[in-house]
Design a protein around this ligand. Structure first.
Ligand SMILES: Nc1ncnc2c1ncn2[C@@H]1O[C@H](COP(=O)(O)OP(=O)(O)O)[C@@H](O)[C@H]1O
Ligand SMILES: [Mg+2]
Length: 270
């Protein structure tokens, strides 16, 4: 394969060896894979390409089988979510054997980033004034949209497996009400605006049990508390919206109490 490609420890699949002017751009490098921004079919359609490179620490045959299974599983779940109206990127194409999956590009920022912009960089113990509390609506609304998205996901029988505010994107709304003269307040509001799109289904499974759903929520609750400690108290709005969107939510929330209890015991015992 292309010997002139950038020096890497293994050959890249052909889809990643496009000549200029549209070479794929490395957006994120995780433990399991890399995420590139590239284009699909026409140079004007951006796409996100997830590539799982061969792992040298694994037996090659086992590694090939794992990679293929994971890409296939991720594509299948995304497809199913798309068909059922869960907000996720559409799958464009995949070559599971080569280890890649091309999907719709979400032109936004991770929810984590939006929330952090909203919170600003005040110290954690900074008292929040009444005025600020009164104007928390845009952040509360974002919490609700997160709960809606997770509710829709669980309704289709999918468990995400790694719900965090980094695995959700904010797709900005069309610039309707913004009038250009954006005050600091307007900027903050904009940072938490947009549709919530769920991404990163590498650990997703299919399940309809209260237990699995509750654990999915618990993972998000814990991730949220550690990523956004100053907004922790707003997590209740995620659960409220989840209840509104998903009719089986009440028994899941009851289960969540057990899961929390187990979590506390576990951390007490070390
Ligand atoms: N469809 C997409 N559109 C735009 N950016 C994406 C898309 N999918 C992933 N990303 C970006 O790439 C990062 C890593 O992708 P992710 O699927 O979460 O893989 P990882 O398993 O490495 O966490 C995300 O946090 C996000 O910033
Ligand atoms: Mg991720």
């Amino acid at each position: 394969m292309a010997a002139h490609a950038a020096p890497v420890e293994f050959a890249l699949p052909q889809v990643l060896t496009y000549p200029a002017p549209t070479p794929p751009i490395l957006v994120a490098q995780g433990a399991e894979g890399r995420l590139y921004k590239t284009t699909y079919i026409t140079p004007s359609l951006p796409c996100a390409l997830k590539y799982r490179s061969p792992k040298q620490y694994r037996h090659p045959i086992l590694d090939a089988r794992l990679t293929k299974a994971r890409i296939q599983a991720e594509a299948k779940v995304l497809d199913r979510c798309c068909r059922e109206g869960v907000p996720v990127p559409a799958v464009y194409a995949l070559d599971a054997t080569a280890g890649w999956l091309a999907m719709e590009w979400v032109d936004g920022v991770p929810v984590r980033q939006g929330i952090n912009v909203w919170l600003g960089d005040r110290p954690e113990d900074d008292a929040i004034s009444d005025a600020e509390v009164a104007d928390e609506t845009p952040l509360v609304d974002l919490m609700k949209r997160i709960g809606d998205a997770v509710g829709a996901l669980h309704r289709t029988g999918v468990i995400h497996g790694d719900l965090t505010t980094s695995n959700m994107m904010l797709l900005p709304w069309a610039d309707g009400q913004s009038n250009g003269a954006s005050s600091e307040d307007g900027e903050k509001k904009k940072a938490v605006g947009g549709d919530v799109i769920l991404i990163d289904f590498g650990l997703a499974t299919q399940s309809v049990t209260d237990e699995d759903r509750a654990v999915d929520l618990y993972v998000l609750e814990r991730a949220f508390a550690s990523t956004h400690p100053r907004a922790e108290r707003l997590f209740t709005h995620v659960l409220e919206a989840y209840k509104q969107t998903f009719k089986k939510a009440p028994s899941v929330i009851r289960k969540l109490e057990d899961v929390r209890m187990r979590g506390r015991k576990k951390s007490m015992l070390g």
